[in-house]
Write a protein that binds this ligand. Structure first.
Ligand code: CDP
Ligand code: MG
Length: 700
């Protein structure tokens, strides 16, 4: 494509290729959009550097992996899944012919479980390293072990042919990456950046972060920009899908009222196109973002943080920054990760502003005040220091890395977080009280799921009810099953429809509702239509259907002892399903309080919580006693979402486990190991072997 040769990276093609040829490890940095992700793998492939194995490129975000693979296969004139492919959780689009493989970082992590030396790759590119996602951070340490001594620690059997490792990043923090790899060279792609003027939409008098919502100003600032400014697209940074969809609705309505003759100052601006951009957006709609609009049409792209560095939208001249981002963080009180809206960091604010100055001087409007900006943290805290580590630590243990405290982290997590993860793994019997992985742990790690849900599935097999539990777990793994429209009339209709679905599930639990939806949709002649009529996201259901198939494949390979008695197996199906759920979710058990309205959690914190109004059991509290929940939502009140009644007899034997072991004892075991005070974990069964290369957790 002609446009490829115009990218800043094109001039450095030869120099880059020889740098990679000459160095075992290399850091490549350049402004976002200069062509690193799409071009470098092609350069290396064409120079024959990928002959000894695939070129694998990791992305922290699922959407980036897919959209870039589309783009590159197009540029190379090949069909996707051939020479160029991608792999993300629950979606493998590669073939034996694949030479350039884009994938999520979580996917490569899972591949490492199966193939400790990554023997099918000649080059690994850890892309978007500055995002500091959990999996990419962990891959830093793990891939370093694959490099020849003295770069690697020599702890891993070396490959026939040494692996080449490239770390790619926007122009942030790159020295640290190079230091981590024994001061490897840094290749900087010079890029042109145009000045961006910064405007604060609030003064200190008008802005109070506790009270003022950025949402109150977005619409006005966007519309003013559109009416008053010269040509150029507008990129708006908000936090999440729902917020974005509802903002797009509002903007559509305002757009309809514009009189271009009289309202719009610039005569070259003739119209408006409004485009949402977020991770779970269907692929066809994502591709629209990369198509230039018609002459005279200004595009307004309303996006999550994904447009800050992961995907580059060409043509942007105006950036409107809310100052907030949705971020995963671990809630120690509930032991679960939550997605919370938090202020961005200063470097994030600079990144966002920079999107306006790629092709011409631009403007950035910040929907906050200068003092708010001054109060922001300099850098975003790496995910490894704020997210749950239980899946990653189980991966480590299964790879034979027994001491997880001593692992070579780029930035180590706090020991308290490691202890918390060990405790969770102990709850689920994935590790024993010495911190060694158990046979159950080796089964749990096979599933691209959180440990608790893997345990639910394994239990359902032993209770012979997996056919009902598989769809439930799949439905819990997809986003947004229910459509909740914003218009009043439709909102009422959707509530009616959802009520009927709850009844179809027998009205007994929210998990039963999910199962009923899945079954009814599958049995209906026209799934798409059924979903539309019932206000259910068709795409989520399609995804759930494919997940059921994949989880089933993994489950079928697991040998599960039928630990149930005749009596239990004779119990009604619903009973066995609830028992399976209870087996994995018991650490989320709660008991009705004496006031017969609220519940108290059993996780040791005794949190007072209420059943969420969207639950089928809302209003039935009085008839309940023990429940387990899938999600806890901390707003003004603490709510339990997706709830199921259980029997005391089922939790009675499980709950003591929550109090049996002290997290500090587990982390003590780890520390002793590092001092050589305790016998090394024996890897009798050898490292776990994996056939599936799926991904654990994915953002957006
Ligand atoms: O990785 P880096 O930020 O350096 O740039 P890139 O992602 O390789 O993007 C280079 C160019 O390709 C930009 O102009 C993007 O807009 C374009 N691109 C595209 O058209 N479609 C994609 N799916 C990805 C990138
Ligand atoms: Mg990139």
């Amino acid at each position: 494509m002609a446009s490829q040769s115009k990218l800043p990276i094109a001039t450095y093609r030869e120099a880059l290729v020889s740098s990679v040829r000459e160095n075992q490890t290399l850091v490549v940095t350049g402004e976002t959009g200069c062509g690193k992700t799409t071009q470098l793998p092609q350069f290396l492939h064409e120079a024959g550097l990928g002959e000894g194995g695939m070129i694998g490129i990791t992305q922290p975000r699922r959407m980036a992996a897919i959209s870039v693979a589309h783009r590159v296969s197009e540029e190379m004139g090949k069909s996707l899944g051939g020479t160029v492919g991608y792999q993300v959780r629950f979606d493998d689009c590669t073939s034996p012919d694949t030479k350039i493989k884009y994938m999520t970082d979580g996917c490569l992590l899972r591949e490492l479980l199966d193939d400790h030396t990554l023997s099918s790759y000649s080059i690994i590119i850890l892309d978007e390293a500055h995002e500091r996602s959990l999996a990419t951070d962990v891959l830093f340490g793990l891939t370093k072990r694959l490099l020849p001594h003295p770069l690697g620690d020599g702890s891993l059997k070396q490959r026939d042919r040494p692996l080449k490792l490239i770390v790619m990043s926007a122009t942030l923090d790159v020295k640290r990456f190079s230091e981590f790899f024994d001061n490897c060279p840094i290749f900087t792609i010079p890029g042109r950046v145009y000045p961006v003027s910064i405007h604060y939409s609030f003064t200190d008098e008008t802005f109070d972060p506790m009270k003022t919502s950025y949402l109150s100003r977005v619409e006005q600032v966007v519309m003013d920009t559109h009416m008053e400014k010269g040509p150029g697209d507008i990129l708006v940074f908000l936090t999440g899908q729902q917020e974005i969809e509802s903002m797009c609705d509002k903007l559509f309505k305002s757009a309809e009222r514009i009189d271009y003759e009289h309202d719009v100052l610039c005569k070259d601006v003739l119209g408006l196109a409004i485009l949402p951009l977020y991770g779970s957006l269907p692929t066809e709609q994502q591709q629209r973002i990369f198509k230039q609009s018609e002459r005279g049409i200004r595009r307004i792209i309303v996006s999550t943080n994904i447009a800050a560095t992961s995907v580059t939208v060409d043509g942007v001249v105006y950036v409107i920054d809310s100052g907030y981002v949705k971020q995963l963080s671990f809630n120690p009180r509930t032991g679960l990760d939550v997605l919370a809206v938090v202020p961005i960091s200063k470097s994030e604010a600079e990144q966002r502003a920079g999107r306006a100055g790629r092709t011409a001087p631009g403007e950035c409007h910040r929907l906050y005040s200068q003092s708010f900006y001054n109060s922001l943290n300099q850098n975003t805290i790496p995910e490894i220091q704020r997210a749950s580590l239980s899946s990653v630590i189980l991966d480590f243990k299964c790879m034979g890395i027994s001491n997880v405290i001593e692992f070579e982290y780029l930035d180590p997590p706090e020991e308290r977080m490691i202890a918390e993860a060990l405790k969770q793994l102990y709850y689920f019997d994935a590790i024993n009280d010495k911190g060694q992985v158990t046979p159950l742990g080796r089964q749990i790690v096979q599933f691209p799921l959180q440990p608790n849900l893997s345990r639910v599935l394994l239990k359902s097999k032993s209770l012979e009810c997996e056919e009902a539990v598989l769809p439930i777990v799949a439905m819990l793994s997809v986003e947004n099953v229910f459509i909740r429209p914003s218009s009043k009339k439709q909102a009422l209709e959707s509530m009616e429809a959802h009520k009927e679905l709850q009844e179809a599930g027998g009205g007994t639990s929210d998990f039963a509702t999910l199962l009923a939806i899945y079954k009814l949709a599958m049995e209906s002649g026209n799934q798409k239509r059924w979903c539309r009529d019932n206000y259910v996201h068709w795409r989520s259901l399609k995804t759930a259907q494919s997940i059921v198939g994949q989880l089933k494949n993994i489950l079928n390979k697991q040998e599960v002892l039928g630990d149930s008695t005749e009596e239990i197996r004779a119990a009604p199906l619903g009973e066995r399903v609830r028992q399976s759920l209870c087996f994995g979710l018991f650490s989320n058990a709660a008991r009705l309080a004496p006031n017969r309205r609220s519940f108290r959690t059993m996780d040791g914190h005794s949190t007072v919580a209420f059943i969420h109004p969207s639950s089928v059991l809302f209003g039935c509290e009085d008839s309940l006693d023990w429940i387990v929940y899938h999600e806890i939502v901390d707003t003004a009140k603490t709510y339990l979402r997706t709830v199921c009644p259980v029997r005391y007899g089922w939790v009675k034997d499980l709950l003591p486990r929550l109090h049996e072991v002290d997290a500090y004892r587990l982390s003590d075991c780890e520390r002793k190991r590092s001092l050589g005070g305790e016998e090394e974990e024996k890897e009798e069964e050898g490292p776990v072997s994996k056939k599936q290369s799926l991904e654990k957790e994915e953002k957006e």
